[in-house]
Design a binder for this molecule. Structure first.
Ligand code: ATP
Ligand code: MG
Length: 384
């Protein structure tokens, strides 16, 4: 029977927590495969997806390769773990004029033939059946894997498809991603979700200074993220009043600093209200004036009760772009619609702001009032 054989990664490292991690992983796998006919079973160290329609195989694989916590998978033939059945399956292998190698794994140590002997016997069989084939232990053109599991089944396959790795989504809790229309924040959302953190997202828009297209772009990004992070809530908040007020009353070089401090306050409020345990941003050290160490101290300083995670902090732009391409957000991110941060951009933003000066500038504003106004404009969009 044709099946998909799934391997999971870091779970073993987690000791007592392993059961919880596995439960979450299995739940996430089932969710990802919703709507597609299949059966799920587990055997020590592997999961098996079977009884699916042949025509669904590619889509099953595509969805599974996006499930965090899965390490790799193979399209395999499942047979009973007997020498007879293994022999008749290996007899079907075609690799004329090619080099090959047989790999045997024996989780079931009661299987009567040792891994070495089985590999040798099956190798000889392949050589007999395929003229011009030869064994190459180092760079074989064809890999033949025989994986004998504790469920008394053997799995025969040749290719291994890499999955995401990471930890099952949800096992690290839940946070709030500050999602702009740029390149970095979707990548940050993806990276933090890969460490098991489920996310909701928050976007600030400055309509009518920013366009409807700018918001639609964020919706497209959210939709693309969903295939990795699952359904989530996108909070869209109007930042127009805040920006107008800062523009009117604060020193131009501190505009971005204060804007970002207010963003952080709004974000923390939404976190507390929704039991979200962290704020996630796309900041990367030194990328722009607002992303220096001093800047992050002053902007992050208003968040008192939860951590701020910045998965891109130590990444080069080209590495961020590579991930953006892998998760298919890059082409959307580079569409030229203005973000709220660029609308009122001052000529010379301060590169090393200090808290006292920021607090002094904020005295010209009714911060509490502005934060509440932001929250009052909030629209919650279900990305599902
Ligand atoms: P990105 O590519 O993610 O937009 P960026 O390099 O443009 O990042 P900034 O504009 O300084 O950097 O923003 C830094 C971070 O602040 C973003 O990664 C994002 O997490 C958050 N942010 C910026 N603008 C917005 C916005 N309009 N709505 C929500 N979050 C935002
Ligand atoms: Mg941006």
């Amino acid at each position: 029977m044709r099946v998909l054989l799934l391997r999971f990664g870091e779970l073993y490292l987690k000791g007592d927590n392993r059961r919880i991690f596995e439960d979450i992983l299995i739940y996430n796998i089932q969710n990802a495969l919703e709507g597609l006919k299949h059966s799920f079973s587990k055997t020590f160290g592997r999961y098996v997806i079977s009884d699916y329609d042949d025509s669904d195989e590619d889509i099953l694989v595509e969805r599974l390769t996006k499930v965090f916590g899965l390490h790799s998978l193979s399209k395999a033939e499942q047979i009973n773990a007997s020498e007879e059945e293994i022999t008749s399956e290996i007899a079907k292998i075609k690799c004329e004029n090619k080099s090959f190698k047989v790999f045997v794994k024996r989780a079931d140590k009661n299987f009567p033939i040792s891994s070495m002997d089985l590999a040798k016997r099956m190798g000889e069989l392949i050589l007999r059946n395929n003229s011009g084939s030869w064994v190459d232990l180092y760079h074989p053109e064809v890999e033949v894997h025989i994986d004998i599991r504790l469920n008394k089944k053997a799995y025969i396959f040749s290719d291994t498809i890499k999955c995401q790795g990471g930890l099952p989504l949800g096992c690290s809790g839940k946070g709030l991603l500050l999602l702009s229309g740029g390149i970095d924040s979707p990548v940050s959302g993806y990276l933090i979700a890969k460490r098991g953190l489920k996310i909701d997202a928050l976007h600030f828009q400055s309509y009518p200074y920013t366009s409807i297209e700018a918001k639609e772009k964020v919706l497209v990004l959210a939709e693309k993220l969903k295939s990795y992070v699952g359904p989530f809530k996108l909070h869209v908040v109007s930042f127009t009043r805040v920006q107008e007020a800062i523009h009117a009353y604060c020193a131009p070089e501190y505009m971005i600093t204060i804007m970002r401090r207010i963003m952080m306050r709004v974000a923390e409020r939404i976190c507390i209200e929704n039991s979200l345990g962290a704020i996630i941003t796309g900041e990367s050290l030194g990328q722009v004036a607002s992303q220096t160490m001093q800047s992050m101290t002053v902007t992050g300083g208003v968040v008192k009760n939860i951590p701020i995670f910045r998965p891109c902090i130590a990444m080069d732009k080209e590495d961020i772009i590579k991930i953006a391409n892998d998760i298919d957000t890059f082409q959307t991110s580079i569409l030229p619609y203005e973000d709220c941060c660029t609308v009122f951009l001052p000529k010379n933003p301060v590169i090393k702001p200090n808290i006292e000066k920021a607090e002094k500038e904020e005295k010209f504003l009714d911060i509490e009032q502005l934060v509440s106004e932001c929250l009052n404009t909030r629209e919650i969009i279900e990305i599902k």
